[in-house]
Design a protein around this ligand. Structure first.
Ligand code: SF4
Length: 307
């Protein structure tokens, strides 16, 4: 258990007894920001090669991917329960019948007790939410994780997200109104943004019915439009040092409602794809440094909201 903030392990222990592990799945979805519906270029920072572990291959069925993912853990922890994590691209983007088939295939796999579904806020029709609510009534753990990225609409435009903050708030509110858990994914240090913008986003997230949030530093990935824009001097991005980013995380914690579990603070793209920042730290090493700073500064989640 971490000190100073509500961590994801604590959140999971409130829902499950025993160990639970997420297994990532690439179910072969695309995304409306890539297939021409909204655009073809995608978000400027996006390189989907960074999403997937090796076993996660859309050439394999959902059941096969889950079986391979399970092999990593089952020998050591035979009692392990699993959450199928539909991670790559937009995992609610498709015909209802196809979505239903893929989710049910995951739930039929041995040991799978729930779904975590990563998606965009503009891809959640009420029909889908009603179906997910019916899964919840069957006792299935369901969490829909939205790519929010920032609360600033001008930044969302610069990074070509193709949706607004208001759409994010609406999707999260509608999902929660169906009794389904919600998560938000946020990127710190997007073009034109600084630490104050991360705080602003934390405060606005705090007003939404969110269960979890993931924060991570902006990473500049080879082959992306963002990498070209930065190399050409078209855009400047904030490149925080480790110590500076720890301060950003602490401000984020202090400005986030204490009911929201924080799943992570960093992301680590494959070394061969990452241009910057190159901190040379594994996620767990960063987490240890952050935890030390949290203890030293007696950080308490949400304290800046009510102080
Ligand atoms: S980040 Fe998500 S929404 Fe954006 S282009 Fe990539 S898959 Fe599509």
């Amino acid at each position: 258990m971490n000190v100073g903030y509500r961590d994801f392990g604590t959140f999971l222990r409130e829902h499950f007894t025993g160990k639970v592990q997420k297994i990532s799945i690439n179910a072969g979805f695309t995304c409306p920001n890539r297939d021409g519906t909204l655009g073809t270029g995608g978000c400027t920072y996006c390189n989907n090669q960074t999403f997937n572990p090796e076993y996660c291959n859309p050439g394999k069925s959902v059941a096969e991917q889950l079986a391979e993912g399970r092999q990593f853990f089952a020998r050591k922890y035979p009692e392990m329960q699993y959450l199928a994590y539909f991670q790559a691209y937009t995992n609610t983007y498709g015909e209802m019948a196809r979505l239903r088939r893929l989710y049910e295939e995951a739930l039929a796999a041995p040991g799978v007790v729930g779904l975590i579904i990563g998606t965009r806020p503009d891809c959640v029709p009420d029909e889908l939410l009603e179906y997910l609510a019916s899964l919840k009534k069957r006792g299935v753990f369901v969490l829909v994780e939205y790519g929010v990225e920032t609360s600033r609409n001008d930044t969302l435009k610069i990074i070509n997200r193709g949706h607004t903050w208001e759409q994010c708030a609406d999707a999260i509110n509608r999902t929660a109104a169906h009794g389904i858990m919600t998560g938000a994914h946020i990127i710190a240090g997007l073009p034109g943004e600084g630490a104050a913008d991360v705080v602003r986003t934390a405060r606005l997230l705090s007003q939404l019915p969110l269960d979890t949030v993931k924060l991570h530093q902006l990473q500049i990935i080879r082959g992306t439009r963002l990498a070209r824009q930065v190399a050409d001097g078209e855009l400047a991005v904030k490149q925080w040092s480790v110590d500076e980013y720890i301060c950003v995380c602490i401000d984020f914690i202090r400005n986030l409602a204490p009911t929201i579990a924080i799943e992570r603070f960093t992301s680590q793209s494959p070394d061969n794809l990452l241009i910057s920042p190159r901190w040379g730290l594994k996620n767990y090493q960063f987490a240890n440094l952050l935890q030390r700073a949290i203890c030293k500064d007696k950080v308490c989640q949400g304290s800046a909201l009510y102080g």
